[in-house]
Write a protein that binds this ligand. Sequence first.
Ligand code: G6P
Length: 612
Amino acid sequence: MCGIVGAVAQRPVVEILLEGLRRLEYRGYDSAGVAVVRAEGDLVRSRAVGKVAALMERLDGEPIDGKLGIAHTRWATHGVPAERNAHPHFSGEWVGLVHNGIIENHVELRKRLQDDGYRFDSDTDTEVIAHLIDIFRRQGVSMLDAVMAARCELHGAYAMAVISPDEPDTLIVARQGSPLVLGLGIGENFIGSDIQALLPVTSRFIYLENGDVARITRKKIDIFDVNGERVVRPVRESNASMCSAELGDYRHFMLKEIFEQPQSVTGTLENRLAGDHVLPALLGVSDALERLAQVEEIQILACGTSYHAGLVGRYWIEANTDIPCNVEVASEYRYRRQPPRKNMLFVTISQSGETADTLAALEKIKENHGALATLTICNVAESSLTRESDMALMTMAGPEIGVASTKAFTTQLVALQLLMVLLMQAKGADKAKVAQMVADLRKLPALIEQVLDLNPKIETLAERFIEKNHALFLGRGELYPIAMEGALKLKEISYIHAEAYPAGELKHGPLALVDSEMPIVTVAPNTALLEKLKSNLEEVRSRGGELYVFADREAHIVAADNLHVLEMPHVPEMLAPIVYTIPLQLLSYHVAVLKGTDVDKPRNLAKSVTVE
Ligand code: G6P
């Protein structure tokens, strides 16, 4: 999704801005641009469709530079990817602006501004903001006041950064609904839509709150809240390393992140397991067990891959506690009336902690006082979800750059296991059972290592998929969401249409699609439903379908014509969803590489979806 970088410094800033944009590429985008106020005192920009590299090429031919600048990667929402729609947008020669988010009342504003004589150069919702600000600055107020006045007329979500030759030493930013962080340098300051963009220049950050507007100069930062009152926001030192956003020896971030899973899972378990139980302190509050003891219902909300983690979580929680658990995609939940619930724990799951729909669902439940407590399972410590929730269970996956989520997903599953065990402890479950689960969790990193060793075999298997247009993924029980995640991974990065079905549903429709052109991928650990699954596989084989089965070595599924079996290590039943995710990630990855797609930045998708 769109990325923002800005800088005010004593040195030329274009190089810093471009490096920031490059580091935001993982978010997904279709065009890029940069604008500066030059030493000559004029506002100039350069924009290009495509990658940041295309913008850099353009700048090589026609360089611009200055000590105050803003830059942007755009992911189209209003208007096709085209140079005229790329940010920064200008109002005449006096206002330059970059924006993330969506302005919902842009049609009315555009009409009003056109009636006032403003000419529009783009199809975007963003351009109205630039002209609105211009109206106020023409009245002779400061840029800060102009931005404050303009934002009162905007409905929707935004993070924006504004520059003007009127004030060649000042960067103005505002935040409502979309993330924005200020980076503090020495005699220079920066802004970005996430800290990744700014790690080469600083490790000290201020996270703006919703409604904040800030005036940033080289030496000073003034922040004003939604009521225009001056406020002080804490400065946070980040220990995020720059290296985690580097590829190292890997060809793609996705492969690197798949192979990082033993470490990210270890990190998520570290300091959280005592001898035979889970430490309640991991929820970041001192009375975690008391709070969990009161829980009578759980509602899990998430989007995309994180939603699939939630679906697995429901199987686990309901299998091991008496607490009913619902799971829903946040974009649906936020617009639906729900009957009042009793003592509900409201759990959001998110890699980024900034997904607009998930945040909106959390806001809704908080506004209605509909939950006993809110808890987020999240990978970004300073994200909006973490800050807005009562409790946070952090996944320790480290920065995830590939758009297709891998290590964030498996660490979310680990976090859900930890939460489930904590709920069991809070509800007084059998101690031996808890101890067994804790012992099993400790085996997880080694089991993942074993599955990663299957990589060469999976790479060979992938060759059989590259000519296919469709694929079916089957699973049963808590492995059904894993089949869903496998199908999502394949379609996201290889563009092969893939669907997941609970294997028992085959005969109610999808069996009609089965022929030799339809590969059917199945996960078959040695669980209670294995024998049922085997019958489902026979239904497919007898109709000429080509089966690819990742099967427990003790499952006794024997390879035959049209039945390819890849043997998996034997795993404790509760860990199967985590371990069986790995081969499906590798399969999608290799298919995509063989097809030559942009694995880390698949077309039309964004890493962090900060607009609705
Ligand atoms: C986007 C990403 C997915 C991710 C989803 C939810 O669609 O491409 O990989 O699963 O957003 O993101 P979150 O950060 O909330 O987990």
